[in-house]
Design a protein around this ligand. Structure first.
Ligand SMILES: [Ca+2]
Length: 329
């Protein structure tokens, strides 16, 4: 504390010290000051300057300190923000990495999907081709169906035609049968004509040959056998009538002769001799076996009763008989 009358080294310096209460007043130096400092003005200036530098330094320090504190806090905040951002960035980086992995997986899946799509596309093409073929077939079937409908419409008419055809077929079968019969008849007629041209006569299924030459009964039988026939038998009244009418009153040997110890009449072609039915064919009084030598029979009269027994050694014309067997077609 200044006392009154105490002289300050420097008026200017005193004023400054009043403003700055932090600094105590320096006591006056009792030591001998250096030579340079002994000059008060120079010392004052130096001190003032140093003081100013010091004060300025302190002020600057205080100001800078607060500013630095604010700046440091800002820096810390910014650092925290940066850290957060870095964390975010790292998180995002890991996410990006994960996403990259996912993208790779997705890429592979996309490739697979592409392959599948190509496959599906080819299948679609195949299906399209098949569909076109099916359409073509459906069109053909539709056309065929229309044709079937048209044919169905024709069925009643076809049935009528079929009925007519059946009738015609029956007629044709009848005509065929008639033709076959005609053919058969023609063949028979041809056979008969052939035999007739050779001198044979036809009557009811048999051919008869009336010879012109005369032979004994046995020779006549041999002749007939050489012509695939036998001396004729007579098995009915109509046959007897045919024979005597054709003979016309001329004598002809027939195939009737006596055989065996009993001397019974029999037919040489093995036809059973019916004695009762044949009795009406003998000339009345015959057979008389004249001279006990008449063992063969002949037709002598142009009548139903025309038979006579005579000697087999007599020579007479004769009648051969051949069964007609139709030739195969
Ligand atoms: Ca006689």
């Amino acid at each position: 504390r200044m006392t009154a009358g105490e002289e300050l080294p420097c008026a200017h310096f005193e004023v400054d010290k009043q403003n700055i209460s932090l600094w105590p007043r320096e006591p006056p130096s009792k030591m001998d000051r250096p030579l340079a400092l002994r000059k008060p003005s120079t010392l004052c200036a130096v001190l003032t300057f140093l003081t100013l530098v010091l004060v300025t330094s302190i002020l600057l320090q205080s100001i800078l300190y607060s500013w630095l504190l604010g700046t440091i806090s800002d820096v810390r905040i910014n650092a925290q923000l940066l850290k957060g951002r870095v964390d975010n960035i790292s998180t995002e980086g890991s996410e990006i990495k994960r996403n990259q992995g996912g993208l790779k997986t997705a890429s592979v899946q996309i490739q697979r999907v592409n392959v599948s799509l190509n496959h599906v596309h080819s299948q679609l093409l195949t299906l399209e081709t098949g569909l076109e073929k099916a359409n073509a077939q459906i069109q053909m079937l539709t056309k065929s169906w229309e044709e079937v409908d048209a044919l169905n419409a024709q069925i009643p008419e076809l049935k009528r035609d079929l009925d007519k055809a059946s009738v015609l077929n029956a007629k044709v079968r009848g005509l065929q049968s008639s033709l076959e019969n005609m053919g058969k008849s023609l063949r028979q007629q041809n056979d008969i004509l052939q035999m007739v041209s050779q001198g044979w006569k036809y009557f009811k299924g048999n051919f008869y040959y009336f010879s012109r030459v005369q032979k004994t009964w046995y020779s006549a039988q041999q002749f007939c056998k050489s012509r695939n026939s036998q001396l004729t038998s007579v098995t009915s009244e109509s046959e007897q009538e045919f024979l005597y009418k054709t003979a016309g009153g001329i004598s002809y040997w027939i195939g009737l002769t006596k055989a065996g110890s009993e001397g019974d009449w029999s037919w040489v072609d093995d036809t059973p001799f019916n004695k009762v039915q044949s009795a009406k064919f003998w000339i009345p009084g015959e057979p008389n076996n004249s001279g006990y030598s008449e063992h063969c029979a002949h037709i002598r009269m142009a009548s139903l009763q025309s038979w006579n027994d005579a000697s087999c050694d007599n020579t007479l014309p004769f009648i051969c008989k051949q069964l007609y067997i139709p030739s195969e077609p």
